[in-house]
Design a protein around this ligand. Structure first.
Ligand code: DAH
Length: 339
């Protein structure tokens, strides 16, 4: 006769000693499975007398329940341990330093434009915009550059048709503002311009300009000089000097180019300023009375000045970049040097 108590104790010891869920499963199969030891004993009942069957039946059933309960208990604690382990692995250490996210940089031309814009806004200028695809009428005609004028050849133009072109300068914005007829005018306008130039270290078929226009009834060349000198000092530094050289633009009379004293050598002459001591920065002049007429303003009631400069040129000078192409390649290693 098999000793059921002994069998149960053996099973309980094995269950307690089990070190994995797999071992527990095996024990369950070995004792309670279809071919398990407890099951086998139960099958012998068939041949027993009624009395014995009842007695033994209870004992073996109790043993079966105890073994089953213990297995379940241990399964539970194994599962809890596995879950704990998993949670521990997945836990996040909030005190670890975070990964650095790469932050983008402003393009040097954007920085320059923002600086120039800030300076003029502080002086009371408003920023306006104009279209890049422009009428010949605004780009040339209303700026006193009629058909056949040599200035049209200087600015090799991309024509879309007889009347429409890619603007070669930001000056057409002046005509668009004056045409509205509201005085006083005190604006700057920046944007992309196009000229059919081939690419090299100092040329590109597209670049950017900033234009300025002031029109009222009592504006003099002294205002122009004062304004642009204030701008140059704010942009390049207080020690900078300016000089105005006579020049010619069809839309201004008189016209001038403004130079600043070389900020590398202070004006003595160096490689940067090609020994000149001066660096050309912009074109300017008093608005030509003819332009007032062409834009529908009364030339006898208007006095004003205008100026225009290249953003890339300012960026090359300010950051001492020797090749304009670097500005268009958008190599992040280059761009990340400017803040
Ligand atoms: N539009 C001229 C250019 O592209 C620059 C310029 C010169 C603009 C004198 C002006 C000005 O408004 O008064 O070369």
């Amino acid at each position: 006769m098999i000793n059921i108590e002994e069998l149960k104790e053996k099973a309980i010891t094995k269950i307690k000693e089990a070190t994995s869920l797999k071992e527990l499963d095996d024990i369950k199969v070995n004792y309670l499975g279809k071919k398990g030891e407890i099951t086998a004993i139960m099958q012998t009942f068939r041949d027993m007398a009624e009395e014995d069957r009842k007695k033994l039946g209870k004992i073996i059933n109790d043993a079966k329940v105890s073994i089953d309960e213990l297995i379940r208990e241990r399964q539970k604690s194994f599962n809890a341990a596995i879950l704990n382990e998993k949670l521990k692995m997945e836990s996040i250490d909030v005190t670890l330093p975070s990964k650095k996210v790469g932050i983008g940089h402003l393009h040097p031309c954007t920085i320059v434009f923002n600086d120039v814009k800030d300076i003029f806004e502080k002086m009371g200028y408003t920023v306006v915009t104009g279209p890049e695809i422009e009428y010949d009428e605004y780009n040339f005609e209303k700026l006193n550059i009629e058909k056949g004028h040599p200035a049209r050849d200087e600015q090799d133009t991309f024509y879309i048709n007889d009347k429409v072109l890619l603007r070669t300068q930001t000056s057409p914005v002046q005509a668009r503002v004056m045409e509205k007829g509201k005085l006083p005018i005190c604006i700057i306008s920046a944007g992309r311009v196009f000229r059919s130039d081939s690419v090299d270290a100092t040329h590109s078929p597209t670049f950017h300009q900033i234009e300025g226009l002031v029109v009222s009834d009592n504006i003099s060349f002294a205002d122009l000089k004062g304004t642009l000198t204030t701008f140059a000092k704010s942009f390049f530094g207080e020690d900078i000097k300016t000089r105005f050289r006579p020049h010619h633009f069809p839309f201004t009379e008189p016209s001038a180019e403004m130079d600043v004293s070389c900020f590398k050598c202070g004006g003595k002459g160096c490689r940067f300023c090609k020994g000149e001591g001066w660096i050309e920065i912009l074109g300017c002049g008093m608005v030509n009375p003819r332009v007032y007429e062409l834009c529908g303003l009364d030339k006898d009631k208007c006095q004003g000045f205008a100026f225009g400069m290249g953003i890339e040129r300012l960026a090359l000078l300010k950051y001492e970049i020797d090749d304009m192409r670097l500005l268009y390649e958008n190599d992040v290693r280059f761009l990340s040097q400017f803040d």
